[in-house]
Design a protein around this ligand. Structure first.
Ligand code: HEM
Length: 160
């Protein structure tokens, strides 16, 4: 049934690639809206930003769950495991932790923290940087080393 309706999804070895794009889109959207809200002083935008931040953090938690599950089954060479998968895991756990802290802070001082606002803004920028760096390792796993795919034989030893 799934193979007929969505043959691409049916070929996936795990759900991780289906969920990662939610935090990858929602968190930058939240940061953009928070900055526009901060500059324009429009509180309604800050509420929307808080909503996006919360949803992005939830999506990040689901991505962490599916990622940890995927790690157990995905077949990669031990060199790729060490140089890419373990590194991806560390960056993404840091991303999820930072997103949770910033969401908690924004919920307590909703919709946008007034005291320590500069640190909140810096935290949002660091969040995007950490997420982008970590996701790049995830992309390399898939597009350089065929993790979770069946385009060519496994395992492929790490080269660069
Ligand atoms: C915020 C959390 C996370 C995000 C946004 C994220 C993002 C990504 C991205 C963008 C890819 C490439 C997928 C593609 O292009 O199809 C990927 C692949 C992968 N990630 Fe993550 N990741 C997260 C957490 C984790 C964690 C904690 C692990 C645990 C080790 C993990 C394990 C994997 C694995 C095994 C792959 C290879 C593809 C697969 O079999 O699913 N990820 N991730």
């Amino acid at each position: 049934m799934l193979g007929t309706l969505l043959p691409g999804a049916a070929h996936l070895q795990n759900f991780h690639p289906l969920v990662v794009h939610f935090p990858l889109a929602l968190l930058p959207g939240a940061v953009l809206l928070y900055f526009i809200a901060g500059l324009s002083g429009r509180e309604s935008l800050a509420w929307t930003a808080l909503g996006l931040l919360g949803l992005g953090t939830l999506g990040g938690a689901v991505a962490v769950g599916t990622g940890l599950y995927a790690m157990g089954g995905v077949m990669v060479d031990p060199t790729v495991h060490e140089r890419l998968l373990d590194v991806h895991e560390r960056w993404m756990l840091a991303t999820a932790a930072l997103a949770a802290v910033l969401t908690g802070w924004a919920l307590v001082a909703r919709p946008i923290p007034r005291r320590g606002r500069v640190f909140f803004a810096l935290g949002l920028l660091v969040l995007l940087a950490v997420m982008t760096k970590g996701a790049d390792y995830g992309g390399r796993l898939v597009y350089d080393y065929n993790a979770g795919g069946s385009a060519c034989g496994q395992p492929i030893e790490f080269t660069r």
